[in-house]
Unconditional design. Sequence first.
Length: 250
Amino acid sequence: METCRLPAGSLPEGRATQMNRKCIELSARYLAALRIHLKPGARASLLPALKLGRQAVALGLETLELARIHEQSLAALESSNGYDGLGKRAGIFFAEAITPIVGTHRAALDSKIELNRLNLTLNKRTVELAATNVLLKRGIIRRRKVEAALKKSGEHYTRLLKDSLQLQEGLRQLTHQVLATQENERREISHELQNEVAQTLLGINVRLLSLKQEARTNTKGLKNEIASTQRLVAQSARSVRRVARQFKNA
């Protein structure tokens, strides 16, 4: 019977030798189990075949390697002990033996399908993340622009506030100067009015004294003095009204 060998280069040399030895031992156990299974009158239990299939999976054998072991075992039995015509029972044994391998293939297929699904989901998430990153970068740029604009606007309004305060201070000082000037003008006008009225009243007083003397000797002269005195009174009234208008317009 041929020995069972793993594909060259699939494992390190030391481990490959060990695995090949286990594979050869599996071949011997497979031959013994198949002999018992095909023995005439024997109870056809498939549990040994299932165990051998699991051992084959543990060794990393594929369906083709196990099929080669089966064919070699069946050929050895037919040539030595005359197990002709038992191919159907042997096929059932082999079918049970490869069940674990088929199961691993199915699991691998399911895993591959699941992996593909996860890869598709991952790719979708990657695209979404890339789009989100683009939006995030745009948001960061926009936020920085807004912050810069706000900072610039804040500096601008700070300057405006400073200028406004300076202007208010200037207006306050100017108002103070205007009020002081108006107050000085009022004092000057009041002083002028006092002088003018005092002079007018002094003139009226002089005229009255003169009238007193004229009344004793000259009646005509008295009339002239009265008229002159009236003019002085009218002049004084005009001066008072003029000063009052100046105060009103100030």
